[in-house]
Ligand binder design. Structure first.
Ligand code: HEC
Ligand code: HEC
Ligand code: HEC
Ligand code: HEC
Ligand code: HEC
Ligand code: HEC
Ligand code: HEC
Length: 222
């Protein structure tokens, strides 16, 4: 029997109409999921229909040229180019901008935060993140040496008592005095230098100077 593309999708839909609904009605849609299920899934494997056509990284790189370039940089973020793009992105569509599984710092703190608490599913030997949506091998944290940041009340990285989230104006608590978050300093996928800093910068005082004009008093911003 020869399956045409249209037949293949119709076949999947008979059992997975929930996914089709999600793809079509998600708040933030993924144009890459509008075509066929078989753009990403292998329809031939009867035992494991979920088998990606290639692997958890290349399945996305096939359509995403910018990230294919980022993959060539020497310092690659493990979840992006090791674990797989869907660790942080919802492949079928989701609620957040850029299809992210959580917004703002929460995405990064799911792994690097002091409150990071992956749920163990002992029966399956996996850990789950993002309310069960992402499954990781049970030894993921030890094996990949995931760094847990010493944060308290949004302070404490990259140096003691440094802010990692927006600072409010003490005279008007609805006004942001200084905008700052993980992505102010870091790239999410890779970098040409260790530390994954923005614009492929080196981890040195010149990087600090990009915000601090006065090395002798870093509590003052001018
Ligand atoms: C069949 C092609 C195709 C595949 C496969 C594909 N994408 Fe996409 N993706 C697109 C297109 C087209 C867009 C919309 C144009 C753009 O933003 O690049 C898009 C958009 C996105 C966006 C939103 C970009 C933005 O600026 O808001 C993300 C994130 C994304 N894709 C991630 C992924 C991930 C993760 C995978 C693998 C699970 C994947 N894509 C696989 C075609 C694809
Ligand atoms: C852009 C690539 C892409 C397309 C297109 C796509 N998927 Fe997926 N799908 C994935 C990835 C990556 C995973 C594994 C990560 C995850 O579960 O979020 C997955 C997981 C799944 C799962 C198992 C996990 C779960 O959430 O239940 C099912 C079932 C599934 N897809 C069905 C479908 C169907 C049916 C279609 C077509 C209507 C489809 N997918 C289209 C990328 C895609
Ligand atoms: C006859 C019903 C049926 C059809 C047709 C079908 N599936 Fe499934 N699929 C299932 C069942 C049952 C499971 C297991 C569900 C579970 O484990 O929760 C499954 C699981 C999956 C998974 C997850 C596999 C994993 O390893 O976690 C993916 C992805 C998937 N199907 C994609 C597809 C795609 C793509 C098609 C069309 C080419 C398709 N399915 C056609 C019934 C079907
Ligand atoms: C560690 C979490 C994480 C992983 C894993 C990840 N991404 Fe992203 N991705 C992000 C974040 C965060 C952004 C938003 C970047 C920003 O706002 O500067 C993003 C943005 C994007 C965009 C939109 C373009 C852009 O630069 O804004 C695309 C497309 C994308 N990612 C694709 C991928 C692909 C393909 C993979 C796998 C190779 C992947 N992502 C893996 C976190 C991740
Ligand atoms: C799924 C878990 C996970 C998530 C989510 C995650 N990371 Fe990571 N991250 C890792 C692992 C594993 C490593 C260690 C492997 C390595 O050194 O690349 C790492 C390493 C890093 C490093 C050190 C890189 C270096 O060059 O030493 C930085 C910086 C980083 N992550 C920032 C982020 C940011 C920013 C986000 C959110 C966009 C994020 N991480 C989200 C798992 C995660
Ligand atoms: C003000 C800039 C800045 C902000 C904001 C920032 N970082 Fe960093 N980060 C750095 C610098 C500089 C380094 C390299 C120095 C070091 O290793 O401590 C670094 C290193 C890291 C490392 C590797 C640490 C190690 O010991 O290898 C991780 C993981 C990381 N950052 C995650 C994050 C996450 C998650 C956030 C948001 C909660 C964040 N960073 C916010 C500047 C920043
Ligand atoms: C993205 C901009 C940015 C970068 C890059 C940056 N900082 Fe900061 N830093 C801030 C902001 C904002 C504050 C808070 C200033 C305030 O309270 O008004 C701050 C505060 C500080 C403080 C005072 C903390 C306290 O005890 O109140 C120190 C020390 C400091 N930074 C050191 C560094 C060092 C070292 C680097 C380089 C590794 C660096 N910063 C990189 C934005 C940045």
């Amino acid at each position: 029997m020869v399956l045409t593309q249209a037949d293949a999708k119709a076949l999947c839909v008979t059992c997975h109409d929930d996914k089709v609904k999600l793809i079509q009605s998600a708040k933030v849609q993924h144009p890459g999921a509008m075509g066929d299920c078989t753009d990403c899934h292998n329809p031939h494997a009867s035992k494991t229909p979920g088998l990606p056509k290639t692997d958890a990284v290349n399945i996305c790189l096939g359509c995403h040229a910018e990230q294919t370039e980022q993959a060539k940089k020497s310092n690659r973020h493990q979840p992006a180019f090791g674990q797989g793009c869907a660790t942080c992105h919802e492949p079928h569509g989701g609620d957040n901008p850029k299809l992210l599984r959580a917004q703002g710092n929460a995405l990064c703190l799911e792994c690097h935060g002091p409150d990071s608490k992956p749920q163990a599913l002992d029966a399956e030997h996996v850990l789950t993140l993002f309310n069960g949506k992402v499954k990781l091998p049970e030894d993921y944290y030890q094996k990949n040496k995931v760094v847990i940041l010493p944060l308290k009340y949004g302070l404490g990285h990259p140096v003691e008592s440094h802010p990692v989230s927006d600072l409010m104006d003490p005279t008007n608590i609805t006004k942001v005095r200084a905008h700052i978050n993980c992505m102010t300093c870091h790239q999410s996928h890779s970098s040409a230098k260790p530390g994954m800093l923005v614009k492929d910068q080196e981890n040195n005082m010149v990087f600090c100077d990009s915000c601090h004009k006065n090395r002798s008093n870093m509590k003052v911003m001018q």
